[in-house]
Design a protein around this ligand. Structure first.
Ligand code: NAP
Length: 271
């Protein structure tokens, strides 16, 4: 019997997850399919019921359901519990287990490049759902200090308190007060750049010692990335996080190594 997987969220029509997972099924000859399923805010309970009816094998969760989905889980992985949000759910004979692959999916491209995090200073721009998983990742990897900057300062404060609760040294500052020279890692987890806007921070002081990671994946070359490249920084692209979290979700569901290159090829072809 064909196993069905899905990504739920709203909006969902531009999600790249179906292409990535279906390419992986094809590469490994798996009798599976993966669909995008729009569930509007306020309709999660009913949406999940329909997924149960079709005996969904597993699903990804995206905006706006990552936190609300937690109450419908029967079991929760340690990362999922720590972050307080789920992006990956498995269904074992009706038992829903929640995972969060955003954190390790974010860390994966850093580890792949053998860049150490322990003892380094980090600047995270943004304080939404993605920034929360990223901050948890840097706390887990024992960054020296995590500074959070955000348009809405109260949210940056709340996120820095979350980082402290995980045992990290953390503070928060206004976007206008950012001084990149203090950090090794500069992470853009805001949505600034999605519409080709200028970088959310000045890039003049970025240099070859910086690692600049913009989690926006479309466009691939945001203004922040373009400027940082000119200044010889190490660049990490948003699509790498997207692939990292998808590969980890794949491994949770199928218990085999994800065909990373096939997934990457279809993703880059889609841009
Ligand atoms: P979110 O919860 O809606 O958070 C959006 C963040 O962007 C908030 O911090 C918000 O600040 C900030 N922001 C929005 N417009 C801004 C503006 N004009 N000026 C300054 N700051 C602004 O979204 P999210 O889920 O964290 O996702 C954030 C971005 O990451 C999105 O672009 C998404 O596509 C991308 N993402 C990528 C991956 C990946 O795998 N590569 C995974 C998840 C998300 P306020 O708090 O002030 O509103």
């Amino acid at each position: 019997m064909v196993k069905t997987f899905a990504v739920i969220g709203d909006p969902i029509e531009h999600s790249l997850s179906p292409s990535i997972h279906n390419a992986a099924f094809k590469a490994l000859n798996l009798d599976c399919t993966y669909i995008a399923y729009r569930i509007p805010r306020g309709e999660l309970k009913e949406g999940i019921e329909s997924l149960r009816q079709i005996k969904i094998a597993g699903f990804n969760v995206t905006i706006p359901h990552k936190i609300e989905m937690m109450q419908y889980l029967d079991d929760i992985s340690p990362e999922c519990k720590m972050i307080g949000a789920t992006n990956t759910v498995s269904n074992d004979n009706g038992k829903f287990t929640g995972y969060n692959t955003d954190m390790d999916g974010f860390l994966e491209p850093i580890k792949k490049r053998n860049i150490g995090i322990s003892g380094e200073s980090v600047l995270v721009l943004g304080s939404g759902g993605a920034a929360r998983a990223i901050v948890a990742g840097f706390a887990k990897e024992k960054a020296k200090k995590i500074t959070i900057s955000n348009r809405t300062l109260q949210k940056a404060q709340a996120l820095s308190e979350f980082a402290s609760s995980l045992g990290a040294e953390a503070d928060y500052i206004k976007l206008q007060n950012v001084d990149v020279s203090k950090y090794k890692f500069v992470i853009n987890a805001t949505s600034v750049g999605l519409k080709n806007e200028p970088s959310p921070i000045p890039t003049g002081a970025i240099n070859a010692n910086h690692v600049v990671y913009d989690i926006i994946y479309m466009p691939m070359n945001t203004d922040l990335i373009q400027q940082s490249k000119k200044n010889s920084a190490t660049i990490i692209y948003g699509y790498e996080m997207l692939l990292g979290q998808a590969a980890l979700a794949f491994q949770i569901w199928h218990r085999v190594q994800a065909p990373y290159e096939a997934m990457k090829k279809v993703l880059l072809g889609g841009f």
